[in-house]
Design a protein. Structure first.
Length: 302
């Protein structure tokens, strides 16, 4: 067996044959070469396997006959990982050539968890840019480095020792948030490295955006309330205040995007962002109400 690489890059795939070639090309161009790729594909009938065989034949490739949610697939991929650093991204992303080099350097400065920046593909159209602003205004390139609340699983890395303390990824779609909170609780909050960039694609239209944000808003609200052990009073307050979330988030996004040169994109895509934030707010509200009906998230009533 070959010596263990410094980094294991773990990637889930599902209906990814339209983007995986672009992703693999970006990974092939990395300036840091001591890494392995582990890709877990939940759609064996698509073209992902052929693309990996053609463009990255040395990868560890695994297939699942049943649909794995992204974090389930990442956990499966980690069973094959040999590196001391575990890096995560997605097949609809394209990493910049110095992506891994900058993540590794950030770990070398003593950070056990690192979050990189999220950009959007240069060819992305207006709606796609709006979706990106809605999802990642808080992780745009150009923001100052520092502690991050959440390391997005499309661009994050963890030391294996820390991973052994806080992993694996929880199920659902909010596992990256929960894992980040666990890292912070363990004394190693994710460090935001704005120069370690991946470019994300966002397929789909308004209906897909609305449904996704509604679902993930509900799940995120539930996970946060459970993690922080909210009482019934806090749940009720959060449910009542949730309708104010879209304007508050948009105000913060306007400020941050203006600081890093994304102000024009922010203004031009406001309708898309507003729709996405409104769906998220409704999802969070529904989640809080559901928890109230079941009793306090902390299992007690104040």
């Amino acid at each position: 067996m070959s010596p263990a690489p410094a980094v294991s890059v773990v990637v889930p795939a599902y209906r990814s044959d339209a983007t995986v070639g672009r992703f693999l090309d970006g990974l092939r161009r990395q300036t840091f070469g001591d890494f392995e790729l582990i890709l877990v594909n939940s759609t064996p009938a698509d073209g992902t396997a052929a693309a990996v065989e053609r463009l990255f034949p040395e990868a560890t490739y695994a297939e699942s006959a049943v649909r794995l949610l992204p974090h389930e697939a990442r956990n499966r991929g980690l069973e094959f990982a040999r590196g001391d650093l575990l890096a995560f991204t997605d097949p609809d992303c394209r990493p910049h050539p110095d992506w891994l080099e900058l993540l590794v350097a950030a770990h070398g400065r003593g950070n056990r968890a690192v979050a990189g920046a999220m950009s959007v593909a240069g060819e992305a159209a207006w709606f796609e840019r709006g979706v990106h602003m809605c999802k990642f205004w808080w992780a745009l390139p150009g923001r100052r480095p520092g502690a991050a609340w959440i390391a997005p699983s499309a661009n994050a890395s963890y030391e294996r020792g820390l991973w052994d303390e806080i992993g694996p990824f929880p199920g659902g779609f909010s596992g990256d948030a929960v894992l980040s909170w666990r890292a912070t609780a363990a004394g190693s909050p994710p460090w935001f490295e704005p120069r370690a960039i991946v470019e994300h694609r966002h397929p789909g239209g308004l209906r897909e955006l609305w449904d996704e944000r509604l679902l993930r808003g509900r799940e995120f609200g539930n996970e946060r309330a459970l993690h922080e052990r909210w009482t019934r009073t806090r749940l009720a307050t959060a449910a009542a205040a949730a309708p104010m979330l879209p304007p508050l988030v948009l105000a913060r996004a306007a400020r941050e995007s203006g600081r890093v040169g994304w102000g024009r994109t922010f203004v031009s895509t406001l309708p898309v962002q507003l729709a996405g934030h409104a769906a998220w707010s409704l999802g969070e509200t529904a989640g809080f109400v559901s928890l109230l009906r079941r009793g306090s998230a902390a299992g007690r009533v104040d």
